[in-house]
Design a protein around this ligand. Structure first.
Ligand code: PLP
Length: 370
């Protein structure tokens, strides 16, 4: 934390110890023989992929998954030696690039499989093959299986290290769709097996499915949100330790008479003599404009409402009822004293999910690792 003085007073603290403990907590929930694929896509949901990848020891984390090839290459450039898996679609040029950097390709469809098999005429290629069990987004569907089988048979240097799929609604414990998807996946696996195509490893579960215990012994899991302390279930509390704490400081404090306007569009007027504090953070930092007149922050361990519009670089809050001072710490996400703002609270207020709340925290916000 020695560089804090050099930074703007708005930053996100990343608790590396909490991340490591979350990895351990996920491990404890896995059945015999199952292993963890840590999903560090989108810069580890805004937490910093390189820093967190350095905390992924090979005895705990079997693999790191990213969405983009660039994200995987950033980890390779930082000398991360763990196996890397790219979950997103790749062009043929990207596939060669991935192979040159020993990055495993999570083949998402017949087109990509065709490219991979073409390249596999000349070199060894290791892939994870994705099947669509009902998400309707990526993965090979049943009608495409015969073509996929043909391609695989014609590519002797292709090795399928794992076969995987993704759940569409595992966060809802009452939705039978998740069980249906597992059945569909098993049926597709059987069809592949009867064509002589098999893989020892499978992975289906994201954070939600893993927290619900929907992992078969030996299967790998792909976990993002839970490693960052987000709540993957629609109802319930399976949340692990929060990793990110986003804070700023009061940069301006003023007393306004009753009836004063605050912010763009004058959407808030004081209804009493009020003390308004201005924070040096805004929607360009990822504090959503949807928090305009619709948010709370923590000051002196208490909640203070956001008043007026969130602007690009500034937020105004009402601290009339608090003994707030210039320079006081203000927490946007995380705890202060006994109070806490969860990512789910920010998500609910802005009509999204905690994944997006984390990803929204922009590059302009320095990350401080502890
Ligand atoms: C992002 C992603 C995950 C991780 O999901 P969480 O809900 O964050 O655990 C797993 N699998 C795939 C294919 C993904 O894209």
């Amino acid at each position: 934390m020695s560089t804090v003085r050099d930074l703007r007073p708005t930053w996100a603290e990343i608790d590396l110890g909490a991340f490591t403990r979350n990895v351990d907590a996920v491990m404890r929930r896995l059945p015999q023989g199952s292993k963890l694929i840590a999903v560090l896509k989108a810069d580890a949901y805004g937490h910093g992929a390189v820093e967190l990848a350095r905390r992924c020891s090979p005895d705990r984390v079997a693999m790191i998954a990213t969405a983009l090839l660039e994200e995987a290459l950033e980890l390779r450039a930082a000398r991360i030696a763990l196996p890397l898996l790219v979950l997103g679609p790749l062009t043929e040029a990207q596939i060669s690039n991935a192979l040159d950097h020993d990055v495993t390709i999570g083949v998402v469809g017949p087109e990509e499989l065709e490219s991979v098999c073409r390249i596999a005429r000349k070199r060894d290629v290791v892939i994870h093959l994705k099947l669509d069990s009902g998400m309707g987004r990526m993965g090979i569907v049943e009608t495409e299986l015969p073509r996929a089988i043909e391609l695989i048979h014609a590519a002797p240097r292709l090795r399928i290290e794992a076969i995987y799929t993704h759940f569409a609604n595992a966060g809802d414990p009452d939705d039978p769709y998740t069980a249906q998807q597992t059945q569909t996946f098993d049926r597709l696996l059987k069809m592949l097996r009867s064509a002589g195509i098999e893989s020892a490893k499978h992975h289906l579960a994201n954070s939600a499915a893993t927290m619900r215990g929907l992992v078969s012994a030996g299967d790998f899991v792909r976990i993002g949100l839970s490693l960052y302390g987000g709540e993957p279930l629609d109802r319930g509390s399976s949340r692990l330790e929060p990793v990110m704490r986003w804070r700023t400081e009061i940069a301006r404090l003023k007393d306004l008479p009753s009836g004063s306007a605050v912010g763009y569009g004058m959407t808030f007027h004081t209804s009493r003599p009020s003390r308004i504090a201005t924070l040096p953070v805004g929607y360009a930092d990822g504090y959503s404009r949807l928090h305009s007149n619709n948010g709370e922050v923590l000051v002196r361990g208490k909640r203070a409402p956001v008043v007026g519009r969130v602007s690009m670089d500034l937020v105004t809050i009402d601290v009339t009822d608090l003994d707030a001072r210039f320079g006081d710490e203000v927490v946007l996400l995380g705890s202060q004293g006994k109070e806490r703002i969860t990512p789910e609270e920010l998500a609910t207020r802005t009509n999204t999910i905690s994944h997006e709340v984390f990803c929204r925290v922009s590059r302009r916000v320095p990350r401080l690792y502890r």
